[in-house]
Design a protein around this ligand. Structure first.
Ligand code: PMP
Length: 358
């Protein structure tokens, strides 16, 4: 995190200071090559080493084996919304989607361009203030079931994901490496990098290799997982600097230790939810405690004047980025892996001060 301000933005989000410093050094001179990471050739030995290390680290941190393919693709999260049905859903085929938030719904809308969508649960009617009931029956003929593990805008998160009888595909954009997961239960998972894993435009995509044999469509290579895997994610000029920042994040995560990150995330979230639950000015969007996200804490103030006054107080105290998404209003405090506990403590102290001083 940069030292000047506490940045609670949802993404692009705060990066650890160490990663910022290493990125800055690499912009001036990458690894003593005498050229900048911004100038580094995408087919040279240096970038190949970045790719290999990053792929190995993803496998190590997820505890997955060589039966998975790790790809670094462009187009952020949304291009995955399109590539998944393009690659796996033929005309006349059906995929299941759980409609747990705005991004889940958008992924579903993209799928409808290619095949049938079976909505296996939705909490849209109550502005996604809880996680939908997990489906009791999942038809065997679904090409896949798509879920969003953490709903960035509404602040809900699956802590436990049941095993399913069809391929399971998960958007982990806003909680990858931030909570307990058995990554082996997923046939594909992906994450836009700008929250827990680097900078915008880059997407980490992990696919079980056996899924690549089920691809149905003849697609232009850029949109085909098989072609991207065959070309080692450098089918075109790769986002060299973006992938390098993701590698720095992976190294940082490994150095912190996932268990420590998860424990810190739980402490940070508990601190913040306790402060909101004990306040007479603020209320959480998600009432069901089991559904609450440890990554995005969404809440509102009792009226607009209180909301604006608190945002103003935060700004005066160099705390930025906690304005809620336009779909919920209020506040959203994104406390991703890189956010230090001290930042949350400062916010909670400010909330208490605000409440006491009226
Ligand atoms: N999925 C989730 C869970 C997200 O939070 C977001 C963006 N906030 C996206 C997908 C879309 O990512 P992008 O903007 O990179 O397309």
């Amino acid at each position: 995190m940069s030292q000047e301000k506490i940045n609670f933005n949802a993404g692009p989000a705060a990066l650890p200071l160490q990663v910022l410093e290493q990125s800055a050094a690499a912009v001036l001179n990458y690894n003593n090559t005498g050229i900048s990471i911004l100038e580094l050739p995408h087919r040279g030995a240096e970038f190949l080493a970045i790719l290999e290390e990053s792929k190995a680290l993803v496998k190590e941190l997820c505890n997955i084996g060589d039966d998975y393919e790790v790809l670094w693709l462009q187009g952020g999260g949304r291009l995955q919304f399109a590539m998944i049905p393009m690659n796996f859903l033929g005309k006349g085929d059906t995929a299941g989607y759980i409609d747990s938030g705005h991004w889940a719904a958008e992924a579903m809308e993209y799928a409808a361009y290619y095949g049938h969508v079976d909505v296996m649960g939705s909490s849209r009617a109550t502005n996604y203030d809880h996680l939908p009931e997990w489906p009791t029956h999942i038809p065997d003929n679904l090409k896949y079931l798509h879920i969003t593990t953490n709903n960035t805008i509404f602040g809900t998160q699956y802590q436990h994901i049941p095993r399913v009888n069809v391929p399971l595909v998960a958007d982990m954009s806003s909680d990858i490496f931030g909570c307990e997961r058995d990554y082996n239960q997923f046939d594909m998972f992906y994450a836009a990098a700008q929250k827990n894993l680097g900078t915008p435009g880059v997407a980490l995509v992990v696919i079980r290799k056996s899924m690549l044999t089920h691809l149905l469509h003849s697609l232009p290579p850029m949109l085909s997982y098989k072609a991207q895997a065959k070309e080692n994610s450098i089918l075109n000029t790769a986002n060299v600097s973006g992938i390098y920042v993701s590698l720095l994040m992976l190294r940082w995560i490994k150095h912190q230790g996932i268990k420590n990150i998860i424990a810190a995330n739980e402490r940070k979230a508990r601190m913040l939810y306790d402060a909101i639950d004990n306040s007479s000015l603020f209320t959480t969007h998600v009432k069901n405690t089991a559904d609450r996200s440890n990554m995005n804490v969404c809440f509102t103030a009792k009226d607009k004047a209180t909301e604006l006054a608190f945002l103003q107080l935060c700004a005066e105290n160099n705390i930025v980025g906690l304005q809620g998404h336009r779909m919920t209003g209020g506040f959203r405090v994104s406390i991703y892996n890189a956010i230090e506990e001290s930042a949350v403590i400062q916010l909670v102290e400010l909330m208490k001060k605000f409440e006491t001083n009226g």
